[in-house]
Design a protein around this ligand. Structure first.
Ligand code: AP5
Length: 210
């Protein structure tokens, strides 16, 4: 089974949803820069204070902050851990820094049309405690408004409002889309259709890992 996996794809493509399943069902460690940053914002750490303005605007947090954060996390896990990188890298500079830290085995690009992304993000609800994600229509919690896993009250992320979502999609196209080519040239890219049933997509993700 491949060990170091990058999940690529625009905001709302399902990186968190699939990454969470890989973590829960196959034992990978999921490193989500978005979750780490939101936790830093909640705790009011110096990283959180610096990151908040960028996140609220749907812009990228500066590379140096993110690269240092990820280097520390990777070093703390050791070489043998199976790791899912969710939301990192997001720029070519971040991808180069990641290549210096570990050998990436595979990059999975989840491909979803913009119209679907906007609908998914504006109806997403997130758990502030365990970071589980839900969708009001496609993946609702068993008890409306509460997390299935830890019972916390779900919330709507500030950057999931429609205007910010549109900006995030533009930022993705400009800064992150070039990574599809980056991993293609390295012979490490698998593209998966990210529309349709979550379990069907997960079956394809698992196939790509073997
Ligand atoms: P981050 O949290 O990484 O946000 P993102 O990349 O925009 O990704 P999302 O979490 O929005 O989407 P996702 O692909 O995980 O989709 P999900 O599975 O939740 O980053 C947030 C911010 O932090 C950035 O804007 C930036 O400011 C900063 N940041 C983070 N990393 C950074 C970095 N490396 N460098 C610089 N800045 C960084 O699914 C979405 C919804 O769709 C859910 O409701 C879900 O239930 C539903 N869904 C999922 N799959 C399906 C399906 N197959 N069918 C129907 N619905 C589905």
């Amino acid at each position: 089974m491949k060990s170091k996996i990058v999940l690529l794809g625009p905001p709302g493509a399902g990186k968190g949803t699939q990454g969470e399943k890989l973590e829960n069902e196959l034992g990978y460690v999921r490193l989500s820069t978005g979750d780490m940053l939101r936790e830093a914002v909640r705790k009011g750490t110096s990283l959180g204070v610096k990151a908040k303005t960028y996140m609220d605007a749907g812009a990228l947090v500066p590379n140096d902050l993110i690269i240092n954060l990820m280097k520390e996390k990777i070093a703390s896990l050791g070489n043998n851990a199976g790791i899912i990188f969710d939301g990192f890298p997001r720029t070519v500079e971040q991808a180069e820094a990641l290549d210096q830290a570990v050998d990436i085995d595979l990059a999975i690009d989840l491909n979803v049309a913009d119209k679907v992304l906007v609908e998914r993000l504006t109806q997403r609800r997130t758990c502030p405690q365990c970071n589980a994600v839900y969708h009001l229509a496609y993946n609702p919690p068993k008890k409306a408004g509460f997390c299935d896993k830890c019972g916390s009250v779900l919330y709507q992320r500030d950057d999931d409002k429609e205007a910010t979502v549109k900006n995030r999609l533009e930022v993705y196209r400009k800064n992150t889309l070039p990574l599809v080519d980056y991993y293609k040239k390295a012979g490490k890219l698998t593209v998966i259709d990210g529309t349709g049933d979550i379990e069907t997509i997960f079956d394809q993700v698992k196939k790509a890992l073997n």
